[in-house]
Design a protein around this ligand. Structure first.
Ligand code: ADP
Ligand code: MG
Length: 638
């Protein structure tokens, strides 16, 4: 099968086959003899050459341990030549090379969006130096540089908007087709397209760490995956090949006519089997990418269609990526300001959602953020750092206890809200509390998943049980596992996933990276999430919209349905024709023509995976969507 995919890139073979066919027609016309020697030898030479190439490739694939349906095609060519049906042999070659050219076309079409993404990557940034605008290469832009982005240019690096307002088209990043309104101080993502007015931004990341570069890296990774489509069709290859040989052999034995053997194999040569699955999968991946979801390989769609349990991380996934600090509660003499300053300084280097929210809160309150030394983060636990002359620890309660902090007392703690606990110089110093608001779309996402035959939804969180239970009740989660460390998340998913459960995990944090990698399907929330999460996930949702999970599930189910339908339709037609041919009603030449028709039908059917089916829950984008708030609502399409 790998063979066919590599073979397919070589559409010159198809061109040569057509040329050979036309050339072979010339002597036919001159001599008025369909079976003249010149044509026959021309066709025999080319068909044998292709047959031998196929054979060599088949041996290679066999050695790698996979079976394809190539043997049928090769014996069909051989049998046709042996019984003097060289024109039929040529049509099989035409069908093989033509089918693969079609597949090539479909692949290209599907990947066009991805290629566009790459080609739009900006090369030059206009940096403001004093009152001068200097053009520099994008990689030279540094954090805190002020960059001018001219109308209809692509934002080169992530930044904060300095201009008073902007209209940005983020469709290539998020699939959101409506322009997004931004105001001063809003985050601007690299890769967004600027509207009619130029904007100024302050860079918050260099190019390599900007959103766009990360998307490009993800897409490259997805593209470099070896064709994973093999499995879907290969499952049917061996029984199908055996059945075809049995019918062909029986026809020959009972009729005593070798031409029947050839006729059966000609109609049974199953291009649809080979092509339908890859075409459907590539089309499904491309459809997902149009909606801001990067699926890293076709096999992911297949696995996701089979998932029946969905597990979610809480903080940043079921709840908002931006949390509000509700109050700062120092214990032991420190002022609120001072404590906030120390914690924010330590957290400034962390990518955790709580850390990011805390730091922006501190900046808004204009407390000092000092440079921290010896910065260390333990994923899922917290951070430690030296700030000025103080040792700061910030994280979960257990993290402080593990580090031998003194003076911690659980009775001092406000129950039921998400918090960062703080120790300064090994003394418990208080806590910062957050309002952990569930996303508007969380509840409907869970309901929609249930409608899509998901039997159970689970929450896996590092947060405390009381907080977790509260959110779970509010959004409608079936089962809650709280106070988990990164390794515990892996353990819980493993214990759920088993004989009759297949688990998809949706998460965003560094602490989710291990479980994203080990669950049956890992889905990362990429908008605020950590790079580590996106890297270890199988699919990344680029938009800050949890409901895309539902769409992804629907795309998977439909893609696999279309793929299997095409495969079965192809197999059934081939077998019916094989039986008819066995009784001598289909001469090889006619059979080859019919087979070609089946191929085209099956390929066009597989391409339907590119579109949405009936009953799809499509996302409604409200024209008045608030600035920067891209989350929409769902409705059932009639
Ligand atoms: P979730 O699994 O719900 O995303 P996490 O495991 O990321 O939650 O975090 C659980 C708890 O661990 C948080 O509520 C917080 O108290 C603490 N924590 C983890 N990482 C950090 C960090 N970098 N800074 C502060 N606290 C942290
Ligand atoms: Mg999280």
């Amino acid at each position: 099968m790998d063979r066919l995919l590599s073979f397919s890139k070589d559409y010159r073979k198809f061109a040569v086959t057509v040329a050979v066919g036309l050339l072979a027609l010339v002597p036919v016309m001159i001599s008025a003899d369909f079976d003249n020697t010149a044509s026959r030898w021309l066709i025999i030479s080319w068909a044998s050459f292709v047959g031998i190439l196929l054979f060599i490739d088949m041996i290679k694939t066999l050695r790698s341990g996979s079976y394809g349906v190539d043997l049928l095609a090769i014996t069909a060519i051989g049998a046709c030549l042996a019984v003097g049906q060289h024109w039929a042999a040529l049509i099989i070659v035409l069908m093989l090379t033509g089918g693969e050219t079609l597949e090539d076309f479909a692949t290209r079409r599907a990947r066009r969006e991805l290629a566009e993404l790459l080609s739009r990557a900006p090369q030059i940034a206009h940096r403001l130096e004093g009152d001068q605008v200097v053009d520099v290469a994008v990689p030279e832009v540094q954090i805190d540089d002020v960059v001018l982005v001219k109308p209809h240019e692509v934002v080169p690096v992530d930044g904060i908007l300095l201009s008073s307002g902007a209209e940005l088209d983020e469709s290539s990043l998020t699939g959101e087709s409506l322009p997004v309104q931004k105001k001063t101080g809003d985050k601007v993502m690299s890769g967004a397209l600027v509207g009619d007015a130029a904007i100024k931004i302050r860079a918050t990341a260099d190019a390599a760490h900007s959103q766009y570069e990360q998307i490009i890296a993800l897409v490259r990774e997805a593209e470099s995956q070896p064709a994973p489509f093999v499995r879907l069709a290969d499952r049917y290859a061996v029984p199908f090949t055996l059945a075809s040989y049995a019918i062909a052999g029986a026809a020959w034995a009972l009729s005593g006519e070798a031409v029947r053997f050839a006729a059966v194999l000609v109609v049974a040569s199953p291009c649809p089997l080979i092509l339908a699955a890859p075409i459907a999968l590539i089309s499904g991946m491309s459809r997902a990418s149009r909606h801001g979801i990067i699926v890293k390989s076709g096999a992911v769609l297949e696995k996701l269609a089979a998932v029946n349990v969905f597990a979610f991380d809480k903080t940043g996934t079921l709840t908002h990526g931006n949390l509000e600090v509700t109050h700062v509660e120092p214990h032991g003499g420190l002022s609120e300001e001072d404590m906030l300053s120390l914690v924010a300084s330590a957290e400034a280097g962390s990518s955790h959602v709580l850390a990011a929210s805390l730091v922006s809160h501190a900046k808004r309150r204009q407390v000092e953020i000092q440079p921290a030394k010896n910065l260390h983060e333990v994923p899922g636990h917290g951070v430690s750092a030296t700030v000025g002359t103080h040792e700061v620890l910030a994280g979960r309660a257990g993290f402080l206890e593990n580090n031998g902090v003194e003076g911690y007392d659980a009775s001092l703690i406000t129950q039921g809200s998400t918090a960062i606990f703080v120790a300064i110089d090994n003394q418990f110093a208080g806590a910062v509390y957050f309002a952990d608001q569930f996303r508007e779309e969380s509840r409907s996402t869970l309901e929609d998943l249930k409608r899509l035959k998901i039997t159970k939804t689970v929450m896996l969180t590092g947060d405390r049980a009381d907080t977790a239970d509260k959110i779970a009740r509010e959004v409608g989660i079936d089962e809650v596992y709280a106070e988990l460390l990164p390794a515990d998340k892996v353990r819980v998913v493993r214990s759920i996933s088993g004989r009759d459960a297949s688990v998809a995990f949706v998460g965003d944090g560094v602490n989710d990276a291990p479980v994203l990698a080990t669950s049956d399907v890992g889905i990362a929330m990429g908008a605020h999430g950590s790079t580590a999460a996106s890297e270890s996930a199988d699919a990344v949702i680029m938009l800050d919209d949890l409901s895309r999970v539902v769409l992804l599930r629907q795309i998977s189910v439909r893609t696999i349905r279309v793929a299997l339908q095409s495969v079965w339709f192809g197999i059934a037609l081939c077998l019916v024709l094989a039986v008819i041919a066995a009784f001598g009603f289909i001469p090889p030449l006619v059979g080859a023509g019919l087979q070609e028709l089946i191929d085209v039908a099956v390929i066009f059917n597989a391409l339907r995976a590119h579109r949405s089916g009936r009953g799809t829950i499509e996302r409604r984008t409200s024209p008045g969507a608030a600035a920067g708030n891209l989350s929409g609502t769902w409705h059932q399409k009639a």
